[in-house]
Design a protein around this ligand. Structure first.
Ligand SMILES: *[C@@H]1O[C@H](CO)[C@@H](O)[C@H](O)[C@H]1NC(C)=O
Length: 240
């Protein structure tokens, strides 16, 4: 009895310490970009579903409670944002630079965004104001992310990647649709003309006032990548 119990505990322990925590990751050599890209392609939908055991939240849908996107020209608060479609992001390029300890991602995504906005100020040098629903469809959003990594020993005594810093850029490769409902609540004429201007210039609107929202979404994804790296040692992620 006693020795059976011991064997069971031993087996459980053994499987815990030896099992790969992220079996959906194909381990690649650092310079094998093709392997890394293919591995990322398989990993993105798994990751997007969320992995509670590894402390990774669902990122499709992804919720962002509050973004202050204000600038000197405009007060813009965006709240209760729900982004969908990140599950279908396609990696275009994923590279590691081990000398500089960096990880680069270039992904093509087609997210939809729903939220609430409150704004007052200037857009394209014209006055704008309103509050209500915000809806955006961005059919071809290319996001480049650069992660600065360090290696740290985790609680498991193994090496883990730690994201020290990150930066991103984005490009809009197709026409985006942006709609602010209830602009100029008390002026139908201005509401109509401004809504029309925005409907014609979705990409311009995103480039002028949407950057903080995109940054907040990228930040939320990176937060989960950090959790993932904290949970999974590098030996389960890469071959070197
Ligand atoms: C605003 O647009 C609506 C719907 O297109 C139209 O019925 C209305 O006459 C317009 N109002 C003004 C003041 O242009």
């Amino acid at each position: 009895m006693c020795s059976k119990g011991f064997i069971l505990v031993f087996l459980a322990y053994f499987s815990l310490v030896t099992s790969n925590l992220a079996p959906f990751i194909t381990k690649c050599k650092w310079d094998d970009s093709k392997c890394i890209k293919e591995s990322s392609m398989k990993a993105i939908p798994r990751f997007a579903d969320g992995i509670p055991d590894l402390n990774v939240e669902t990122i499709d849908p992804l919720n962002v409670k509050y973004v202050d996107a204000s600038s000197s020209n405009i007060k813009l608060i965006v709240t209760d944002v729900v982004v969908t479609g990140l599950k279908n992001c396609e990696p275009k390029k994923v590279q590691r630079d081990i000398a500089k300890s960096k990880l680069f991602f270039k992904v093509l995504c087609s997210p939809d965004l729903n939220g609430k906005y409150d704004m007052k100020g200037q857009l394209f040098v014209l006055p704008i104001e309103g509050n209500g629903n915000l809806i955006a469809k961005v059919p071809k959003l290319v996001i480049n992310v650069e992660l600065d990594l360090a290696e740290k020993e985790g609680k498991d005594g193994k090496k883990h990647w730690h994201v020290k810093a990150w930066k991103h850029t984005f490009e809009l490769k197709d026409k985006s649709n942006v709609k602010f409902e209830n602009l100029f609540p008390n002026n139908e004429f201005l509401r109509n003309s401004t809504s029309e201007l925005i409907a014609q210039n979705g990409n311009g609107v995103i480039n002028e006032i949407g950057q903080p929202v995109i940054k907040a979404v990228v930040a939320k994804v990176i937060e989960n990548i950090k959790h993932f790296f904290t949970a999974v040692p590098t030996e389960d992620l890469a071959l070197d």
